[in-house]
Unconditional design. Structure first.
Length: 211
């Protein structure tokens, strides 16, 4: 049964682009070069889909010694270099976007330059310009619904008629709090009300105008 969806809002990392393995490898490698007071696996586990600044603050607190002053800038430089070398779109992303007849947007907790780079490298940016939004620009981070509500307003579509495609619990919670229909790619994250899809191609069996 198709739902009455008039727009689709996508997360980026782990949803549209397969960046998570790259980010984890860069993070582990970089943390391994530092004089940390905690094991690298424990430090790496502090970084997820939330605010980078919060993860850095948590690492600083557990580390017991100062991090380099340019920690974030250096981490992002390393990440961007790896992204340019090997980032790929998620399986089925290009085919799905080519078949869309509904407006789309990207809404990510990541900094806007990082999201734009990921979309550009994978050839997906053309499908979303100008509707690429960052929590850093909007001032609202998932799981707060503000970022998704901002994207819906820019698309001119009521939240109740928007679908969200996510891969994290924080993102799914934000979409549900915004009153949107939420699809989780891959695994059931335990968010009541979210629908699980095995791959991006499966979205077309749920929403009219997709595929």
């Amino acid at each position: 049964m198709f739902l009455s969806i008039q727009a689709v809002i996508f997360d980026c990392d782990g949803t549209l682009v397969d960046s998570l393995p790259i980010v984890r490898d860069v993070l582990r490698e970089y943390l391994g070069t530092l004089d940390l007071g905690i094991p690298v696996p424990e430090a790496t586990a502090l970084f997820g889909s939330g605010r980078l600044g919060d993860s850095v603050a948590a690492l600083q607190a557990l580390n017991g010694r100062p991090l380099p002053a340019d920690f974030i800038d250096d981490l992002l430089r390393r990440r961007d270099a790896s992204i340019r070398k090997g980032l790929q779109a998620m399986e089925g992303a290009v085919e799905l976007l080519k078949g869309l007849s509904t407006p789309v947007a990207v809404a990510s907790n990541a900094p806007l330059p990082q999201t734009l780079l990921s979309l550009e490298v994978t050839g997906l940016l053309e499908y979303f310009t100008p509707h690429v939004y960052s929590a850093h620009e909007v001032g609202s981070w998932k799981p707060h619904p503000g970022l998704f509500l901002h994207a819906a307003a820019k698309l001119g579509v009521p939240p109740s008629q928007c679908a969200v495609v996510e891969d994290s619990a924080l993102g799914a919670e934000a979409g549900l709090a915004a009153g949107m229909t939420v699809y989780v790619l891959g695994d059931d994250l335990g968010c009541a009300g979210a629908r699980v899809i095995r791959c991006l191609a499966d979205l077309s069996s749920h929403v009219k105008g997709l595929g």
